[in-house]
Design a protein around this ligand. Structure first.
Ligand code: DGT
Ligand code: CA
Ligand code: CA
Ligand code: ZN
Length: 593
């Protein structure tokens, strides 16, 4: 198996960390980190480039030393300089660095001063107080680290949807290529319901030649293990460690099979009870009349649900909570879809910590078919993200005004302004008042207690220039627990002031999460689906945010950035809290056009 660019990037990332632990020069550390980041973004495999004898030093950030290490890694599977470094440093120290909130220096301190070499050991030391005694640590930081470790454990081997979906798509594409005769092929299970984490990937298909599909699956290059290879079901594990279950159905019975394996289990149980009361029973092959024993088959889901006297239900709603009753009452919502979005209001450029030029980001937004976009680079307080000073923001604004002449898409001037620990904004009021869109976000002091954090968020929400609160809870899936705050009080403040809340679509965040967005929608808070893109290709990740909104039962009218450019400008130009009337009018279907 040839090495992937990700594997090569990971080696250089680790190399940088090891050098940092050793106390090497910043220059050298950065060189490896930069190389890692560049390699991750390359669109063609380095292994092929090396095979073709291409000159790797042409790649930005790759000099002679790094290009030699790439060649060594690809030809021998090892890098001797890296192995020497690993030898020199305490064992397990790289694992410790994987703990969110623990950098290379801290990993070294834990290893050398506490003699700990495992993640479990760190959790123990955090719980019994030893961790807090390290220099520059303290009680709150140690508690934070313990919560991050717990967040990781809670995932319990589940994969974030942002990783699972691309794997499923890659496998489905490869299967289609190998077996062009496949008729239908769909993800089912938690993936079709767009759950935020995925236990295993389930696929269902139909084919005139069912066995060939299972044979093709086990033969795919990314398959690492074969668990089951039978006539009805094939289960494999792919390289990334995710399990894939594939079932091939009879076309006449495809609807029942699709419905059954889409789940959720709770939805199926709710449906089964409902069917039983009509003298019917359900399984993956169809609907059985319990008296006569006669089985009816269904080629699609619509006819399956219709037989039970129910409308078809979007998979995102199939939780077993409210959807069956709502369906009976004819109250299922017409859910928002990606193409309803008319703008993205949270985008970064290379002016702060983004990867790309402003032009590239504007063109990417235009390519999504958007009418408007807001450029929201970080504010000054976020030094690590190269946040903008007042002066740089002012020159960015004049640049954007000039650039507007060249583009049809409306370019809004914005900022992702830090909410300081005190709840103050990171820019003076006069500066914020000049912006079209202010996304206010917490990026620091995340360990504050609930009362302090709640007051901090509400202070930001009440600021007249704050348009949107970005990634409210700051959680990172499987890496960082949400901050502690009073959700209901914060949502009420957002509603009272007409401050929008973001559904951050970045798949490592998904923040607001589905249940919070559900409550926010019920309360009539304007919701915004933003990608928080740091790269021009990231605007495509909106689909993950749309899924959260759909799981929150949002219609287009519940989402602020489905407004046309004209309506949205009217919204932001109406002062808070009266701008809420603009949103409410559209939401209640009483807007004048
Ligand atoms: P996961 O894989 O943990 O993310 O969640 P799911 O929902 O994909 O669960 P999975 O893969 O075990 O099974 C896929 C679907 O098959 C599930 O959503 C509902 C259906 N299913 C599986 N086992 C049962 C069962 O014992 N009873 C019922 N009613 N449905 C089941
Ligand atoms: Ca599954
Ligand atoms: Ca499964
Ligand atoms: Zn951001």
């Amino acid at each position: 198996m040839a090495l992937t660019n990700e594997q090569i990037a990971e080696l250089f990332e680790n190399m940088g960390s090891l050098l940092e632990m050793k106390g090497d020069t910043v220059f050298k550390i950065r060189a490896y980190q930069r190389a890692a980041r560049t390699i991750e973004q390359l669109s063609s495999p380095l292994a092929t480039a090396v095979e073709n004898g291409e000159d790797l030093t042409k790649i930005p950030g790759v000099g002679k030393a790094i290009s030699e290490k790439i060649a060594e890694y690809i030809s021998t599977g090892r890098v001797s300089a890296y192995e020497r470094l690993v030898e020199e440093l305490p064992s397990g120290v790289l694992d410790l660095k994987e703990i969110p909130g623990v950098g290379p220096k801290m990993a070294m301190a834990i290893s050398q001063q506490l003699g700990i070499s495992t993640v479990d050991g760190v959790a123990e030391a955090a719980a019994d107080g030893r961790l807090a005694t390290l220099p520059r640590m303290g009680k709150r930081a140690a508690e934070g680290i313990l919560r991050h470790i717990n967040a990781f454990k809670e995932m319990g081997g589940r994969t974030p949807i942002g990783e699972a979906l691309p794997v499923a798509e890659e496998v489905m594409n490869a299967l289609r290529e190998q077996c062009p005769e496949i008729d239908q092929l769909f993800p089912v299970g938690s993936l079709r319901r767009w759950e935020e984490t995925i236990g295993d990937i389930d696929l269902i298909g139909t084919s005139p030649n069912p066995e060939s599909v299972g044979d093709a699956l086990v033969a795919l290059p990314m398959v690492k293990d074969v668990l089951v290879h039978g006539p009805k079901k094939t289960s494999v594990v792919v390289e990334s460690g995710i399990q894939i279950d594939l079932r091939i159905a009879e076309p006449e019975a495809f609807g029942a099979m699709l419905q059954y394996f889409t789940g959720s289990q709770q939805h199926n149980i709710r449906l089964r009870d409902f069917a039983n009361r009509q003298g019917l029973s359900l399984n993956e092959y169809g609907i059985t009349n319990t008296e006569t024993g006669q089985v009816e088959e269904f080629a699609d889901e619509e006819t399956f649900y219709a037989r039970l006297g129910l409308p078809w239900m979007p998979p995102e709603l199939r939780t077993g909570l409210y959807e069956v009753d709502s369906g009976l009452e004819g109250m299922l919502p017409e859910l928002v879809v990606a193409t309803d979005l008319k703008g993205d209001l949270h985008l970064h450029s290379e002016w702060s910590d983004g990867n790309d030029s402003i032009e590239l980001m504007v063109e990417a937004a235009a390519a999504q078919g958007y009418e408007y976009m807001a450029l929201t680079d970080h504010s000054q307080g976020l030094g690590v993200a190269n946040g903008l000073t007042v002066k740089r923001l002012e020159s960015q604004i004049s640049l954007l005004r000039e650039m507007q002449e060249k583009y049809d898409i409306t370019i809004l001037c914005g900022s992702e302004c830090d909410i300081r620990a005190s709840g103050e904004m990171d820019f003076p009021d006069e500066m914020l008042a000049q912006l079209d869109v202010v996304v206010a976000s917490v990026h620091s002091a995340m360990g504050q207690d609930q009362a302090t954090m709640t007051a901090r968020m509400i202070k930001a929400i009440e600021h007249p220039s704050v348009t949107i609160i970005g990634h409210l809870t700051t959680r990172l899936l499987g890496q960082r627990e949400p901050v502690e705050f009073d959700l209901e009080a914060v949502l009420q403040a957002a509603r009272d002031t007409g401050t929008a809340l973001e559904i951050n679509a970045s798949p490592e965040r998904l923040d607001l999460r589905d249940t919070h967005a559900y409550r926010a929608r019920e309360m009539g808070i304007p919701l915004v689906i933003n990608t928080d893109s740091h790269h021009h290709t990231h605007l495509d990740k909106r689909r993950f945010g749309v899924a959260v909104a759909r799981r929150a039962w949002c219609r287009p009218e519940d989402i602020l950035n489905t407004m046309s450019g004209e309506e949205f400008l009217k919204f932001i130009r109406t002062p808070k809290p009266n701008r809420l009337n603009v949103f409410d009018a559209r939401r209640n279907g009483t807007a004048q056009s």
